[in-house]
Design a protein around this ligand. Structure first.
Ligand code: ZN
Length: 286
């Protein structure tokens, strides 16, 4: 029997918010069986808990955000990807700001901290969502698909009309039931275009964005001195985002995801359509 997992002990992470630029403290606590992933805003006079499930996704512009009334927790996707990739079922996450810290723009710090704290098996079977039939969502030329597959396979294709993207692989396929999430995917950083920074800041966004947490791309090159961590780092980051977004199903999947130019919004539509379509999936134990 594959068992549910939580953390062996609590851990703390301090970083800055990519949008506010402010210092943020995150505390991850072990949680009981069947609790799932639950966030809590601790900076409010009355702390607000928001379970990380698709019903609570309130915004998918630039990042995936959970909302409850007027309370918001943004940029959850890289932490959710770390939890999905490490198969952590139950964790209680306190955060003292409206966004999850960006760290280095990938899931690497979250993964390292979780592995250092330790992962503990719990004495109950893990539940996973088995995809039984193909299901697809699209928006203009973007698509996101889930299909039956005996594993946890992610395929993604990006298609930017930009010289930098023509130099690197634009497609990658990886089966996370076989490959190491920590080694192959977790270190892939977010990327952005230098020319968009002024616009984002005019909208009160991206004040924390820097070369410390973003692969910055100008008209024809990558600005970061050390270059890329993987040759296919751009498209691997899109897989990391999709893995985090799909974890809002509340469970890991047994199946295959294929994304073409998909992002947080379309990933969210796929999750919602899947859960609303009864005969294409079932909750099973392994
Ligand atoms: Zn991302």
């Amino acid at each position: 029997m594959v068992k549910q997992q939580t953390l062996s002990k609590k851990l703390q992470i301090i970083g800055i918010g990519v949008h506010t630029g402010e210092k943020i403290k995150l505390t991850l606590h072990p949680a009981a069986i069947d609790q799932g992933i639950v966030f809590c805003r601790t900076d409010l006079a009355n702390p607000v808990m928001i379970p990380a499930i698709t019903e609570n996704v309130g915004d998918t512009t630039l990042s995936t955000a959970l909302t409850k009334d007027d309370v918001r927790i943004s940029t959850i996707e890289h932490l959710m990807a770390a939890l999905a990739g490490l198969r952590i079922d139950n964790v209680y996450i306190e955060v003292d700001a409206q966004e999850i810290p960006i760290m280095d723009g990938s899931s690497a710090v979250f993964v390292a901290k979780i592995l250092a704290a330790g992962i503990e098996e719990q004495n109950t079977a893990k539940k996973v969502i088995k995809i039984k039939k193909k299901i697809e969502v699209s928006e203009n030329d973007k698509t996101a698909v889930l299909e039956p597959f005996d594993g946890m396979k992610f395929t993604f294709t990006i298609d930017y009309d930009h010289p930098v993207f023509h130099k690197y692989p634009n497609t990658v396929t990886i089966d996370l039931a076989k490959a190491s999430f920590s080694e192959e995917i977790s270190k892939a950083r977010t990327f952005g275009f230098v020319k968009e920074v002024d616009y984002l800041r005019s909208k009160n966004l991206a004040f924390g964005a820097s070369l410390e947490n973003t692969i910055a791309i100008d008209n024809n090159k990558i600005i970061n001195e050390d270059g890329l961590r993987y040759q296919d780092e751009f498209v691997k980051h899109k897989i990391l985002d999709a893995l985090g977004d799909l974890y809002l199903l509340g469970h890991n999947i047994v199946g295959s995801f294929t994304g073409y130019k998909s992002g947080h919004s379309l990933n969210d539509k796929l999750v919602k359509k899947l859960l609303a379509t009864q005969d294409v999936w079932e909750l099973i134990t392994l």
